[in-house]
Design a protein around this ligand. Structure first.
Ligand code: AMP
Ligand code: GLY
Length: 429
């Protein structure tokens, strides 16, 4: 069977690599793809903001299955239009993706369905927000309602800073477009965990947990990024905690969406804060995480396409996912200057040697192939991913592989996974 993947980042490279290993898959196409994805899939240009272009591509290619990677095409309704045209596609509909695309919807949904999350208020004007803000103590979290590519959450140390941030969102000064709704949220403290599940609209099947490192600097300092590295081990959550999260968060989410007439089929990514009160939802994403997917998929031993088919067919309850018991880590190599401005077009060397390190897969995030030479083309350039029997081994392998790789201005954090290597008290509820 032919599988088409929409997207162009490290997540899509990991998806293409994983799909290619599936028993029934004979061809993988990725649109638009990148320089590294072209080594495992045929890449075709497409504009992920243009629904007609995506429909034309799927009509021309006739894949047996289309997998949607990023949130933007989901927010436009690519799943709805492809389904209307009779195609088999994996991802939530536009309305179901609102769990990610509208933070106001997500918060109100969680409240209706008694899913633990930070206290909040949804405001539709600066005046309303000024009144509501007195119910919150600093630090106060201010969030844009809509998609903001990681720039829509502002943690404010004072009431005045929160008011300023909210004004910036309402006026459009902060994100370029004016927000109709702004969420005020209580600040939560704890460790963050990315809890991803497959959902067929009724049943959820958890993937292995992962922990993301969002800040650019070592020791979790500096501005937020799309993610500088991630690790996955079974010890991030013990079995009792996984059950608790399934029963109190993931399953009620999928059940609530079905009861509200908007079944959620796809990947439900629950961003959790492990607070002193127990796990609480920071955010939902309606897709595979990036770079979580890179570390998660190198641990998947069962067939990804079979699992995706089970989601689409509503038979997930009868499907068993199998995982390698050890650990995986993904360290992102970025361009100097990221997440601010950066230059591109620098040749990358050492990729072949890096790929020879046992257990390593080098997933490309922002690269292109220029006449046979792989060059940088984005802020996040590579996700050097390694599986191992332990987290220590996975990290050692990833950093050994990174030692082989060079490009002008290469930057990566040297402390990915370090928190997990330090002994700490377990969270109990
Ligand atoms: P989001 O886009 O909602 O995932 O938020 C991005 C990041 O902001 C999260 O990964 C957290 O690190 C942080 N964040 C969001 N909401 C809160 C909150 N209520 N309390 C503390 N940190 C938060
Ligand atoms: N790693 C965070 C995300 O995919 O949104």
């Amino acid at each position: 069977m032919k599988v088409l993947i929409l997207g162009s980042g490290g997540r899509e490279h990991a998806l293409a690599w994983s799909v290619r290993r599936c028993a029934r898959v004979t061809e993988v196409v990725c649109a638009p793809g990148n320089g590294g994805i072209a080594e495992v899939a045929r890449c075709i240009p497409v504009d992920l903001k243009n629904l007609d272009a995506m429909v034309r591509l799927v009509e021309a290619e006739q894949p047996a299955l289309t997998i949607v990677g990023p949130e933007l095409p989901l927010s436009l309704g690519v799943v709805d239009v492809l389904q209307e045209h009779g195609f088999r596609v994996f991802g939530p509909t536009r309305e179901a993706a609102m769990l990610e695309t509208s933070k106001a919807f997500a918060k109100q949904f969680m409240k209706r369905n008694k899913i633990p999350t930070a206290n909040y208020a949804v405001c539709t004007s600066a005046g309303e927000l000024e009144k509501m803000i007195d119910h919150f103590h600093a630090p106060i979290v201010i969030k844009a309602d809509g998609l903001a590519a990681g720039k829509g959450v502002i943690i404010c140390q004072s009431r005045n800073m929160a008011l300023e941030a909210a004004h910036g969102l309402f006026s459009g000064a902060l994100l370029g477009t004016a927000e109709g709704q702004v969420v005020i949220e209580e600040f939560l403290e704890g460790d963050e965990v990315s809890f991803l599940c497959l959902s067929d609209g009724k049943t959820v099947a958890p993937l292995v947990p992962a922990q993301d490192h969002k800040r650019i600097g070592e020791g979790d300092t500096g501005p937020n990024t799309g993610g500088m590295g991630v690790y996955s081990t079974d010890t991030i959550l013990d079995p009792g905690m996984t059950e608790w999260i399934l029963h109190h968060i993931a399953e009620p989410t999928v059940r609530g969406m079905a009861e509200e007439g908007v079944p959620f089929v796809g990947v439900l990514y629950v961003g959790l804060m492990m607070t002193a009160r127990g796990p609480e939802v920071l955010e939902y994403n309606a897709r595979f995480g990036d770079p979580e997917t890179q570390a998660i998929l190198v641990r998947l031993e069962s067939d990804l396409v079979d699992a995706i088919d089970a989601c689409i067919d509503g038979t997930l309850a009868a499907t068993q996912l199998r995982w390698s018991p050890g650990a995986a880590a993904c360290v992102v190599a970025s361009s100097s200057g990221y997440p601010g401005s950066y230059r591109t077009g620098f040749p990358i060397s050492g990729l072949a040697a890096a790929g020879q390190v046992p257990g390593v897969q080098v997933f490309h995030a922002g690269t292109s192939n220029l006449d046979g030479q792989i060059v940088t083309s984005g802020g996040r350039v590579l996700g050097v991913t390694a599986a191992g029997e332990s987290l220590e081994q996975a990290l050692a392998r990833a950093y050994q592989a990174l030692g082989e790789i060079h490009f002008d201005g290469i930057y990566f954090r040297r402390d990915i996974g370090h928190r997990a290597l330090q002994p700490k008290a377990s969270t109990e509820i």
